[in-house]
Design a protein. Structure first.
Length: 336
């Protein structure tokens, strides 16, 4: 991580009013460089990191010669609430959203860059927990946090950029679906939406449902496996299955037809849905942030492990369920 360009050389961001002896230290008491040192010290980098934090930029090995790159921004009060999630959960969630995007291209992650903006009064332990979660999720796929930047802000904002390698393969884009393909999904659907519904109503259980909203568990390995298995198009389900398959339909110039009977509603979702007055299938069709992978494959292809067929690709446009457009919002969209 490099210091912010807004910080003059030799300047310090230490507060004139440090925390009291019985209070946990705030960001203002340790400053920008103190924070960087705390979140990077004693962290092992994988072999792909040729030069990690501490210089003007990191150096990451990319034997393929091409770099897959994506970025996600999480804003407190919009994407997470610290009264619902621990800082560690938020760190995991921020990294997971990006690693899933890399997987959706059929690539494997090689490194992560982190941008952090936080109020001066933010407790240091909050930021250390955030970093701990990031490192933990990065470790799931064997990559490291190779660099980034920090700055002062009125709101806690976390931005993560992920880098990936295609390992010699062509990227699997949203534009390759063809009529006759099957549509399949790997990973959980509707769990994060159910967890959000539970939290919104003031409850904190069932734990498995709530935890699905706090920190998703995407099927990272399924992305490269789908690419090797002949996937013609693929997308990370971040905003809702219908909404994200809508992007595939638009970019590929096709219609995607899903069948309700193909969806196996998990028992946990079926148990809590009546108490919340929700059809659990609505969560599965429109709920985001589980970061499942949806892909299309030529008919007759032996699907990679974990993928379940939910429909087919047809001539036409848009996404339909049992032959009809879905009534209601297809998923999350900012600014609407």
């Amino acid at each position: 991580m490099s210091p912010s360009s807004r910080t003059p050389p030799g300047a310090t961001e230490a507060s004139d009013t440090p925390s009291g002896p019985d209070e946990p230290p705030a960001l203002a008491t340790i400053g920008e460089f103190g924070l960087i040192e705390r979140v990077t010290r004693d962290r092992a980098q994988p072999p792909a990191t040729l030069l990690g934090p501490g210089d003007d930029a990191a150096v990451v090995a990319q034997p393929d010669g091409r770099v897959v790159a994506c970025v996600d921004v999480l804003v407190e009060g919009v994407h997470f609430r610290l009264d619902w999630s621990t800082p560690r959960d938020v760190g995991r969630k921020a990294v997971a959203a990006n690693l899933a995007d890399v997987a959706a291209m059929g690539a494997v992650p090689t490194g992560l860059l982190v941008g952090l903006a936080a109020p001066r009064e933010t407790p240091v332990e909050t930021l250390e927990g955030l970093a701990e979660g990031m490192w933990a999720e990065a470790g799931v796929v064997g990559v490291g946090l190779v660099g980034g930047d920090v700055a002062a802000s009125s709101t806690l904002v976390v931005s993560v950029t992920a880098l990936g390698s295609l390992e010699g393969r062509a990227p699997v884009t949203r534009a390759g679906a063809r009529p006759g393909d099957v549509v399949a999904v790997c990973g959980r659907l509707g769990w994060a939406a159910a967890g959000l519904a539970v939290l919104t109503r003031g409850f904190r259980s069932p734990g498995a449902i709530v935890d699905a909203h706090r920190a998703p568990t995407p099927p990272y390995a399924a992305g490269p496996a789908a690419a090797l298995g002949g996937a013609t198009a693929m997308i990370d389900v971040s905003d809702g299955l219908l909404a994200d398959l809508g992007h595939v339909a638009l970019e590929s110039g096709v219609r995607i037809a899903l069948r309700r009977e193909a969806f196996a509603v998990p028992g946990r979702l079926a148990e809590i849905a009546p108490a919340l007055g929700v059809d659990p299938l609505d969560w599965m069709l429109t709920g985001g942030e589980d970061h499942a992978l949806a892909a299309t494959f030529p008919a007759g292809t032996a699907l990679p492990e974990g993928f379940v067929v939910l429909g087919a690709v047809e001539e036409g446009e848009g996404v339909v369920v049992d032959g009809e457009p879905y009534a209601g919002a297809a998923g999350w969209e900012h600014f609407t």
